[in-house]
Design a binder for this molecule. Structure first.
Ligand SMILES: C[S@@+](CC[C@H](N)C(=O)[O-])C[C@H]1O[C@@H](n2cnc3c(N)ncnc32)[C@H](O)[C@@H]1O
Length: 322
């Protein structure tokens, strides 16, 4: 039975990653990809609508204004693959622009099954676009897609929403280089990157007044309770957003409000927390526009064009594999 086999592999990987991150000697950590289960993906959609979180609106404005120009610069015929599509709402602009010139295969790649379903529902009505979803890690999905491409077909890979910022800078370049390795000469990567902005604006964006980002972050502990039979008391942890000025990133943490012990039976561990100790759950690195081009060059791409949003500094970067 293939599905249960995949599910149990996924949950044992989750248990192993939780065990590894929670038993680190210094700062406890959890990989940010685990924020996106069904509840987390739904909460992320709400975050995208919050007045404090201008990032998604900036990304969407740029795609709405420049999609025709973007697709004109990509040599056709072309298939589109998207890394971490989420609901895919913003992708509509690219797919509609392409569908005016050709029939298009669109491959969203997602680890969150519920996000993938949202995306298929969201974009399923576009004429001349066929959607084939991949419930996979980014590079596993992209490799499969690249293997099945037709002769002469180019790939346009989308990595929107500044999700690249979840990698630290060296890992970000390494990740781009791994994407480049899968691509052929002339294939394109459309990369959304959030640009540097004042700390106060970022702190508001990652710690909104309604507490949606807090719920998104705390849901990771609730997920560990649900899937790994843990006994985190959510009321005893607080969401904290903090600037890391050295790394030029904003970090999300979950801070223990008191000294406490938590057991996670399915990961085979019990862990102690000091009062004030944190679990680091996500980083979002911010960039300068020049830096994005340097990162792209270092990874084997040519930075063909950049479009910048004036209201919320954000860059859409069209990178061509060379
Ligand atoms: C920050 S959200 C961005 C969603 C969307 N691209 C946007 O711009 O709004 C990141 C998305 O990537 C997915 N994701 C995170 N890590 C992943 C991985 N390693 N492989 C595949 N998808 C991943 C998450 O499930 C989530 O939907």
């Amino acid at each position: 039975m293939p599905l249960p086999a995949i599910a149990s592999k996924t949950s044992s990987e989750f248990a192993a990653d939780v065990r590894a991150g929670m038993t680190l000697r210094g700062q406890k950590e959890l990989p940010s990809k685990y924020l996106y289960d069904e509840v987390g993906s739904a909460l992320f959609e709400v975050i995208c609508h919050l007045p404090e979180y201008g990032l998604t609106r900036a990304d969407e404005r740029l795609l709405r204004r420049h999609s025709d120009e973007i697709v004109d610069r990509v040599e056709g015929p072309v298939a589109v693959a998207e890394l971490g599509s989420g609901s895919g709402k913003k992708t509509r602009w690219i797919l509609e622009a392409l569908s005016r010139r050709q029939r298009t295969l669109y491959y969203p790649i997602e680890i969150s099954r519920s996000a993938l379903r949202m995306c298929e529902r969201e974009l399923g009505d576009i004429d001349s676009v066929s959607i084939v979803g991949f419930e996979r890690e980014y590079l596993d999905g992209l490799r499969e897609i690249a293997l099945s491409r037709e002769p002469g077909q180019h790939l346009l890979v989308l990595f929107l929403g500044s999700t690249i910022g979840n990698f630290d800078r060296p890992c970000g370049v390494k990740f781009l280089a791994s994407v480049r390795e899968v691509l052929m000469l002339g294939d394109c990567l459309l990369l959304g990157t959030d640009l540097e902005k004042p700390a106060a604006q970022l702190l508001r964006a990652y710690d909104d007044q309604l507490g949606v980002t807090a719920a998104f972050n705390l849901n990771l502990l609730a997920r560990i309770n649900r899937e790994l039979e843990a006994n985190f008391d959510l009321a005893q942890f607080a969401h904290v957003a903090k600037m890391n000025y050295w790394a030029r990133s904003i970090e999300m943490h979950l801070q223990s409000k008191r000294r406490q012990k938590v057991s996670i039976p399915a990961a085979g561990i019990s862990i102690e927390f000091r009062e004030g100790e944190t679990i680091w759950t996500e980083s979002s690195h911010k960039y300068s526009r020049e830096e994005v081009c340097r990162m792209a060059t270092g990874a084997g791409f040519h930075c063909e064009s950049q479009w910048i949003d004036d209201d919320w500094p954000f860059a859409e970067n069209l990178l061509i594999a060379e």
